[in-house]
Ligand binder design. Structure first.
Ligand code: SF4
Ligand code: SF4
Length: 67
């Protein structure tokens, strides 16, 4: 089974383009005019968003100790 991850945003790099939210197959990211939001319960740990961000603002860290 694939490793579960948490997606983290670097707010200094993110310019809220919405690209990551657009490619997320699980609707686990929501981007509005003022903020980037991540919903851990929806994320399927596919890393598509991390690879899609044009400025490398997203990174993944292992989610440990979760059931
Ligand atoms: S794709 Fe990158 S720059 Fe665009 S909203 Fe997502 S994290 Fe921010
Ligand atoms: S890792 Fe996959 S499911 Fe999780 S937020 Fe990124 S694109 Fe969505």
């Amino acid at each position: 089974m694939a490793e579960k991850i948490r997606v983290i945003v670097d707010e200094d790099k993110c310019y809220l383009c919405g690209g990551c939210a657009g490619v997320c197959p699980a609707l686990a990211i929501r981007v509005s005019a003022s903020k980037w939001e991540f919903f851990q319960d929806k994320c399927i740990s596919c890393r598509t968003c991390v690879n899609a961000c044009p400025v490398g603002a997203l990174s993944a860290e292992p989610l440990e100790g979760e059931p």
